[in-house]
Design a protein around this ligand. Structure first.
Ligand SMILES: Nc1ncnc2c1[nH]c(=O)n2[C@H]1C[C@H](O)[C@@H](COP(=O)(O)OP(=O)(O)OP(=O)(O)O)O1
Length: 167
């Protein structure tokens, strides 16, 4: 039985590029990733996603333009925590992505995503996101560099996925 901790992860995209941020401190330092973090006790997942995006790269997204596109679960050998990461994407946003204390943002063409400097799982599930498919990925790590086993599947609908999950 794991202790589930909720996180958000937001990607801004256009037809050719995706915005990633280089993490400047803390968990995942020096890795490129989307923008996100822990969901606080007093906020909804959507509110947390919007807050983290603003805090980390100074961009705001209207909540109607933030689409839940995937669900990721990470477990680690010998650790009681399950990281439950809700993945979002937006193509419409306000503001210019700007460096903050936590993240340094940069647009990458889809053909030049720096997977060698990202979490090892990203190269496995990014193709679903880039093909606009909904997805559920589960990864079990030894430490933070080695994936011991994983499964990724395409989903029909996020609503159905969460509905079925709570049955
Ligand atoms: N393996 C993997 N692949 C892709 N994305 C992630 C991981 N592990 C992760 O943690 N993440 C994502 C999930 C979150 O968006 C961040 C981690 O959030 P974190 O920076 O720890 O949370 P904050 O609330 O911002 O933390 P503080 O620095 O404020 O304490 O990475």
């Amino acid at each position: 039985m794991y202790i589930r901790k909720l996180y958000t992860l937001v990607f801004l995209r256009n037809d050719t590029h995706i915005l990633l941020g280089l993490k400047k401190r803390g968990f995942g330092v020096n890795k490129w990733n989307g923008f996100g973090g822990k969901v606080e006790a007093d906020e909804t997942i959507l509110d947390a996603a919007l807050r983290e995006l603003k805090e980390e790269c100074c961009v705001t997204v209207d909540r109607d333009n933030l689409k839940n596109i995937g669900h990721l679960e990470f477990t680690f050998t010998g650790e009681p925590t399950l990281m439950d990461v809700r993945v979002f994407s937006a193509t419409v946003f306000e503001g210019t992505p700007t460096e903050t204390d936590e993240m340094s943002p940069k647009w990458f063409p889809y053909t030049e995503i720096p997977f060698e400097d990202m979490w090892p799982d990203d190269v496995i599930w990014f193709p679903y996101m880039l093909k606009d498919k909904l997805f559920f990925g589960k990864f079990h790590y030894k430490g933070y560099d080695t994936i011991l086993n994983y499964n990724v599947e395409e989903l029909e609908s996020m609503q159905k996925f969460y509905h079925d999950k709570t049955k």
